[in-house]
Structures are given as C-alpha cells and as structure tokens.
Write a protein that binds this ligand. Structure first.
Ligand code: HEC
Length: 150
C-alpha cells in the first residue's frame, strides 16, 4: 500500500517537473497573490521540517516525508506568478527579479532541485540525511531572498 502511494507520488512529481504548472491569471494582482500564496504554503511546511531538524519538535518520519513532498511540489509553482505584467504591482519582490531574469530563474531551479533532493532524503526516514538536505534547501531560499526580496 505504502509503495503504491509512493509510486503515484513519484509519478505526480515527475509530471510536475516535466511540465511545471502554468496557472492562468485574470490580472497581474491575481498573479502576485498566487505566487505569495505558494510561498506561504511552502514556507509553512518548510518551517515544520525546520522545527524537527532543529529539535524544537519531535522527529516524526511520516510527517517529515509529507512536509518534504509538499515543499518539493509547491516549489515548482511560484515562478509563473512573476510575469512581466506583475513588475509594477506592489509586493516584496525587488525590481532585480525582472532585471536579472536569468539569474533569478537559476535560483528558482536550484530550489526545485534542492527540494526534490529533500523529498528523497525524507523518504529515507534518516534524520541526518534530512538535516543535510534541509540545510542545502534553506541556503537556496536565503540566497534568493537576499538578492530578490525586500
Ligand atoms: C528564486 C528566488 C526565491 C527562492 C529560491 C525562494 N524564494 Fe521565497 N520569495 C521570493 C520572492 C521574490 C518573494 C516576494 C514575493 C512577493 O512579494 O510577491 C518571496 C516571498 C516569500 C515568502 C512570503 C510570501 C508572502 O506571503 O508574501 C515566504 C514565506 C517565502 N518566500 C518562503 C520561501 C522559502 C521557505 C523558500 C525555500 C524553501 C523560498 N522562499 C525560496 C523569492 C524566492
């Protein structure tokens, strides 16, 4: 049963990677709300993992696995909400997001790769592996926020 569930999740993740979900937006403000909502969801589950990694919460392998799968999945979503039409909408995104589009996109790719590795580590149920992968993912969050978020 568990392996069946794993198989379908892997299939979903593979699909998400092959064809990143491209949401359609009614207007620029909706696109900004969408990307912020995706970051919020990802942030909640990443923080839940962080609490376990730092020992603030007891380690629960099943919960860690579920959190990491959400982070991996949702890490593919915010980027379609950064279209050029959203440049002038008030948000915490710096102008550099659009001025340095290629570098920003590389940062997004680094995150989705790190988050996929984190999900693999969480599958192992090994806290040390999860700690390592969590640290690498957190670095990719911070690197992008330092350059591209107010
Ligand atoms: C490639 C760049 C990039 C990466 C990587 C990235 N972020 Fe962000 N993040 C942003 C930008 C830009 C904003 C501001 C978005 C806005 O205000 O529209 C943001 C906003 C946020 C917000 C606030 C959302 C809100 O409600 O306004 C949270 C929470 C967040 N990020 C969490 C994370 C976490 C956790 C990670 C790593 C697991 C991460 N981010 C990785 C660029 C990034």
């Amino acid at each position: 049963m568990t392996s069946l569930r794993n198989t379908s999740l892997v299939a979903i993740l593979a699909l998400a990677c092959a064809a990143p979900a491209m949401a359609q937006f009614k207007n620029a403000k909706h696109a900004v709300e969408y990307r912020q909502a995706a970051f919020t969801v990802m942030g909640k589950h990443f923080a839940s993992l962080g609490a376990m990694v730092s020992g603030k919460a007891p380690f629960d392998a099943a919960k860690a696995k579920a959190d990491a799968q959400v982070v991996a999945m949702v890490s593919t979503l915010p980027w379609s909400g950064f279209g050029p039409e959203t440049e002038d909408v008030k948000s915490d995104a710096k102008m550099e997001v659009w001025l340095e589009k290629t570098t920003f996109e590389q940062g997004a790719q680094r995150l989705t790769k790190a988050a996929a590795d984190l999900a693999t580590a969480a599958d192992s149920g090994n806290l040390d592996q999860i700690k390592l992968a969590f640290g690498a993912t957190a670095k990719s969050c911070k690197a992008c926020h330092d350059s591209y978020r107010n």
